[in-house]
Design a protein around this ligand. Structure first.
Ligand code: GRF
Length: 207
């Protein structure tokens, strides 16, 4: 509890190492942070982030999409875990699944994603290669509400890094990642406190 306001209960969905997940877990350790991480769910049994979360005492579930006959069945299992955890907000953090429109609608305004580019530039995969290919001098990351279009939802927060001469995609990824961690924690706090809300397809900020 903080100022008498209950903390928002957050589930983090991952597919891999979960460094953004770890950043959210770290941020949520602060007494005045407005959210707590109550569950981690991975769609791959070998996602490294599962062990990291468990080591922090956070319930972590592997719900492997390969174990289900359809996307619908897999999402039903994920939904069950989310409801069991009483999650208020979902943070996608390197979650490599396309989410069905039904699931997106159920969590409208309550599901966030981090994308490693300054949207609307460079949607999809290999964003650092895309940035180098385009020759931009500034690159970065975006946290946005999830809507039906991939990497299209209303932007909550962004942060930029320089692109330097001689950069490789790996060098850019390494520069962007710590900025992702800070930006995600900041964006989640904005949503958890209600200072950023999704209305009419836009993010509306107060305070
Ligand atoms: C991050 O760059 C994230 O923006 C992208 O996938 C990567 C996941 O990294 N969607 P991690 O699992 O959070 O370390």
């Amino acid at each position: 509890m903080n100022n008498g306001t209950p903390k928002k209960r957050v589930a983090v969905l991952i597919s891999g190492r979960g460094s953004n997940m770890s950043a959210l877990i770290e941020a949520a350790k602060q007494a005045d942070y407005p959210a707590e991480i109550v569950a981690v769910i991975a769609n791959k049994a070998d996602a490294g982030g599962l062990e990291t979360a468990r080591a922090q005492g956070i319930p972590a579930h592997a719900i492997a999409h390969r174990d289900y006959a359809s996307k619908h069945d897999h999402e039903a299992a994920v939904s069950e875990a989310l409801h069991a955890a009483k999650a208020d907000i979902i943070c996608l953090a390197g979650y490599m699944r396309i989410i069905s429109p039904e699931f997106v609608r159920q969590w409208e305004g309550k599901m966030l994603n981090i994308h490693p580019s300054l949207l609307p530039l460079f949607r999809g995969l290999h964003t650092h290669d895309q940035a180098l290919e385009a020759g931009v001098r500034v690159h970065g990351c975006t946290v946005h509400f999830v809507t039906e279009g991939m990497d299209e939802g209303p932007i909550i927060a962004q942060a930029a890094v320089p692109v330097k001469t001689g950069d490789t995609p790996e060098m850019l990824a390494e520069r962007v990642l710590p900025v992702e961690h800070e930006t995600y924690a900041c964006a989640l706090a904005l949503v958890a406190t209600g200072k950023a809300v999704m209305k009419g397809g836009r993010t509306v900020f107060s305070d």
